[in-house]
Design a protein around this ligand. Structure first.
Ligand code: ATP
Ligand code: MG
Length: 425
């Protein structure tokens, strides 16, 4: 029997995990500067949390849910995205209460699960970084969230970015536009893809999100939502654009852009790159927007939210393709070399003392000859070797060699045990 990882999953091994850590740490730093705090919610939720929030015509709910009944016959779903769980937690913990500072700003990072056909950049277990900010209707917050995603991607060394925005307006806008779309699409009903036929009356906006080739000409010629904006929706969109210009963040407007999830309104956005690494044309790397109805949908009061999600695997593919250097800490402070059979307890103690003092230290565990140990020290890129044999143990000293200069000194063992910071610079 050979065991294999489940289809659509990946092992992240040392050599790669450093890149993940770099991405996560950089994101934490950036989120902190914008005063977003980390929230951790369960990897699984009750099915309804997602079916309610994502809308039952979304790909996620109709095709991609990783759901099952547990031993207590509860209908459970592995989270396909981060927002719904965060909103559920926001409501359940009453984070909209008067004692909580507004806007309430949180970020998350972690695995998400979708039952998809695995291909490059598309997994069944993948990872997202995301942010959500609740309790302000201000377009300044929309723009701050966009700016944060944009800055983050810049920090990761991705330069060739394109920000695309659109608005889905408010309820009035959506009602008007929905009707306009139905009127426009109905005469072409027979020519639409099966998915689009199904969606035409349930949620015609999602037809615009279709990837089916036969739908594309209808998507391109569809009426523009920008012609159906209510006054409020228009004002919000104008402010969003003004603030983006104030921050000198270039953007394009794509009036046919909709989001894969049904709960968005007002500003939606995608940050794209046209790197070949992810296929032909522009690919979305970070996507988000405002969702003013979702908190209520999940049983809370009417509190608005705005956020984004960013796919970590795709980010890493891009960083690799663009040759972005991830700072790798691949130097070892000290390799402790033991000569002879009697040195083992001493090298163990020395390594322990160095580690306790905060240095990285390594030694031999395979009873190898000194020559092989020095080779390991080289491979590990050790700054120092610390050598002990019978004579050193007798004299209670170590032989310390700085690899860069070749300088060798004798140091009292007691100093290593008590004052390692004086010995190793
Ligand atoms: P797509 O149109 O590519 O299926 P989506 O609309 O389903 O994307 P979102 O739900 O907006 O994607 O998720 C946000 C980001 O998460 C995406 O831009 C992408 O980077 C990443 N992502 C989504 N699904 C996967 C997956 N199956 N594997 C890896 N990354 C994913
Ligand atoms: Mg998808």
């Amino acid at each position: 029997m050979r065991y294999q990882r489940p289809k659509g999953t990946a092992d992240i091994l040392p050599g790669d995990s450093e890149k993940w850590q770099y991405v996560e740490e950089t994101a934490r730093q950036v989120f902190k500067t914008y005063q977003f705090k980390e929230i951790r919610t369960p990897l699984f939720e009750n099915f309804e949390v997602f079916s309610r929030s994502a809308g039952d015509t979304s790909d996620i709910v109709t095709k991609e849910m990783y759901d099952f009944h547990d031993k207590g016959d509860r209908h459970i779903t592995l989270r396909p995205e981060g927002t719904a769980g965060v909103v559920r937690a926001f409501v359940e913990n009453k984070l909209y209460g008067p004692q909580v500072l507004k806007p309430y700003k949180v970020y998350y990072m972690g695995p998400m699960y979708r039952y998809e056909r695995p291909q490059s950049g598309r997994l069944r277990e993948f990872h997202q970084l995301g942010v959500e900010a609740f309790g302000s209707e201000s377009a300044a917050l929309d723009v701050e969230v966009i700016a944060m995603g944009y800055n983050l991607l810049n920090k990761f060394g991705l330069a060739d970015l394109k920000l695309v925005i659109n608005t889905l307006g408010d309820q009035q806008t959506r009602d008007d536009y929905r009707q306009a779309l139905i009127d426009y699409l109905e005469p072409h009903f027979e020519e639409l893809s099966d998915d689009s036929k199904e969606r035409l009356h349930k949620n015609p906006l999602r037809v615009l999100d279709s990837k089916a080739p036969e739908d594309q000409k209808f998507v391109e010629a569809a009426p523009s939502i920008l012609d159906y904006l209510s006054d409020d929706a228009k004002t919000h969109f104008e402010q969003t654009k003004t603030y983006l210009e104030a921050l000198e963040i270039p953007y394009e407007i794509d009036a046919t852009m909709v989001r894969g999830l049904d709960y968005y309104n007002h500003t939606i956005f995608e940050i794209m790159t046209n790197s070949r690494a992810l296929g032909q044309g522009y690919t979305t790397i970070c996507a988000g927007g405002r969702y003013n109805g979702l908190v209520k949908e999940l049983g809370g009061p009417e509190v608005s939210g705005v956020g984004f999600g960013l796919g970590v695997e795709r980010l890493l593919v891009l960083m690799d393709a663009e040759g972005v250097e991830v700072p790798m800490d691949n130097q070892l402070d000290v390799y402790v070399v033991g000569i002879g059979d009697t040195a083992s307890a001493t090298t163990l103690k020395l390594a322990q003392a160095l580690r306790t003092a905060g240095f990285t230290a390594e030694r031999d565990y395979l009873d190898r000859k000194p020559k092989a140990q020095f080779k390991s020290a080289d491979r590990l890129n050790a700054r120092y070797t610390m050598t002990v044999g019978e004579a050193e143990i007798e004299g209670q000293v170590v032989n310390l060699k700085e690899m860069a200069t070749g300088n060798e000194t004798q140091v009292a063992m007691a100093d290593v045990y008590k004052n390692a910071k004086q010995v190793i610079k």
